[in-house]
Design a protein around this ligand. Sequence first.
Ligand code: ADP
Ligand code: MG
Length: 326
Amino acid sequence: MLTLATLLLLSSWSAAVAEWVRDARPLMGTEVSVHLWSDEPEAGQRALEDVFDEAARIDRLMSTYKDESEISEINRVAADRPVAVGNELFGLIQRSLDISVLTLGAFDITYDSVGQHYDFRSRQRPDADTVESELANIDYRYVRLDRAAGTVCFQKQGVRINLGGIAKGYVVERGVEILRKHGIENAIVTAGGDSRLLGDRRGRPWVVGIRDPRNDGQVAISVPLADEAISTSGDYERYFDEDGTRYHHIIQPSTGNPASGVHSATVFGPDAVFTDALSTSVFVMGVDKGLTLIATLPDYESIVIDSNGNVYYSDGLQQPEAESFE
Ligand code: ADP
Ligand code: MG
């Protein structure tokens, strides 16, 4: 029989071991972080390591910065002959092409024929002639998938693909799946601007901050969420300013130049792969077209900050009191 003293001891013991575990690593050219609640911290730590391993594995497969990645092989030879690709990469390319159709070409993984000429750290950008000639290689319809053969090919020399606008969403979605298998029920997995939340923060929602696009380190809007994904695309992530123009990493496929008119686009909903691609898409489409698209997707909502600092909410969101006038 348990005595009262034993019971007290047991309850204080279990309170001492269950705890929040968190860590962050530089991965995929950004920071990947995991924050989880575990009844047993050592098991929590193992779950967290599995998520980082998974992010590194996906990066080895999908990074255009790694010569040995499957995607680099595609970019080297797919214009000459069909290349066999694994199911995972095939699936993500397929989803990217579907999202291109949905966004009328705003989301386009072939942006990279222009994108490859940028190096934001060394303030390098393509000149107007390069943009013009590479623009001819931007069109997702040049990417052909053969499901039966499991191959991808490009219909034009010079076409390149890059999954930078969707791969981080995939990483956080996979990360949460792994945590679920470990029995974790409350967690947040983040890769750069993409987060996937598992459960809530033990009785309270997670609160995700949308950055003030022009005030480093300041939060413009806080969004309480549980069991959802949230992605933000901003012109402050990778950029340099030159003669009053901001050159950043989100390319308008119709011009080959960085998209203008928006400072940041946030999308939330059930699936991080989709919120990642949609945040990039809404950024490219601009406030009106972007929010019109979001209105057609019942489970997804969006908050856009335009280049004048005005904030726009999709129809399904209630505007905070402070933002409504009169
Ligand atoms: P972040 O990488 O900061 O999370 P995004 O999710 O918006 O931001 O992704 C931006 C990345 O998407 C760029 O760095 C580039 O790799 C890729 N990209 C840029 N323009 C496009 C586009 N029009 N369609 C698809 N991907 C794009
Ligand atoms: Mg994105």
